[in-house]
Design a protein. Structure first.
Length: 222
C-alpha cells in the first residue's frame, strides 16, 4: 500500500476516533456536573438533616392536602441510602469515562504521528504536538511548553477532586449514627467504602499511566 493511501485510511480513522472521544468527553463533563450537584444536596442534608426532611415532607404534604398532624410521608433514611447509591453510580461512570478519554487521546496522538510519517511532514498535530505546544500551533523542534494554567487544570480533576470526594465521604459517614445501628447506616458505610476504593484505584491509574516507559518497565521487572 502506498503512503498516500495509508495516510488517507489513517485520516478517516482519525475522524472516527475523534468523534468517539468527543462523545465520551461530553458525557464525562456532564457526569462531573451531576456529581457536584448531588454532593451539594448531600452537603445540605449533612449539616441540617432534620430541617431538610421537615421542609421536604411539608412541601409534599401541602401538595397532597395531608392533615397537619400526619406522619412524615417520606423516610429520609431510606432516601439518603438511595442518594448514596446514586453517588456511587455517578462516580464509577465518571471515572470510567475519564480513563477512556485519556486512553483514547494517547491513541489518537500516536495515530497523528503515523499520519505525519506517511505524509512526510507534521501536518496533523491538533491532539498531540499542537496540544503540548506553547501557543497551540506546533513548531518543529519545539518541546512541551503548555501554559502553566493548563498544566494545573489536570491535577485539579485527577488529584484534588478525588481527595475532596474522599474527605466528603468520610465526613458524611462520621456524621451518621456510629457505630451503625440500622440497615441503612450499614448500607451507607458499605457504599462509602466502595467509593473510597474506586477513588484510590483511579488515582493509582493516573499515577501509573504518567510514569515514563523506563519506570514502568522497572516497576514490573522481577
Amino acid at each position: 500500500m502506498k503512503k498516500t493511501e495509508r495516510a488517507t485510511l489513517l485520516l478517516d480513522h482519525h475522524k472516527d476516533t475523534f468523534q468517539n472521544i468527543l462523545y465520551h468527553w461530553r458525557m464525562r463533563n456532564r457526569l462531573f456536573i451531576y456529581v457536584l450537584v448531588l454532593l451539594a444536596g448531600m452537603s445540605l442534608d449533612t449539616y441540617s438533616p432534620d430541617a431538610m426532611a421537615h421542609l421536604f415532607n411539608g412541601y409534599v404534604a401541602r401538595l397532597l392536602d395531608a392533615p397537619p398532624d400526619a406522619a412524615p410521608l417520606l423516610d429520609f433514611k431510606a432516601l439518603g441510602s438511595v442518594t448514596w447509591f446514586l453517588l456511587l453510580s455517578l462516580v464509577i461512570s465518571y471515572y470510567q469515562r475519564s480513563i477512556s478519554v485519556d486512553r483514547q487521546y494517547r491513541y489518537i496522538d500516536q495515530l497523528e504521528q503515523q499520519i505525519c510519517t506517511n505524509m512526510g511532514d507534521d501536518l496533523i498535530t491538533r491532539e498531540g504536538k499542537s496540544y503540548y505546544s506553547k501557543t497551540g500551533a506546533y513548531k518543529r523542534g519545539e518541546n512541551s511548553q503548555r501554559p502553566w494554567f493548563i498544566r494545573f487544570v489536570g491535577p485539579m480533576y485527577t488529584y484534588f477532586f478525588p481527595a475532596v470526594l474522599v474527605a466528603f465521604v468520610c465526613f458524611k459517614l462520621y456524621r451518621q449514627d456510629w457505630p451503625p445501628k440500622e440497615v441503612t447506616d450499614l448500607f451507607n458505610l458499605l457504599i462509602g467504602a466502595v467509593i473510597v476504593l474506586y477513588n484510590g484505584l483511579y488515582v493509582q491509574w493516573v499515577v501509573s499511566s504518567r510514569r515514563p516507559p523506563a519506570a514502568k518497565d522497572a516497576a514490573v521487572a522481577p
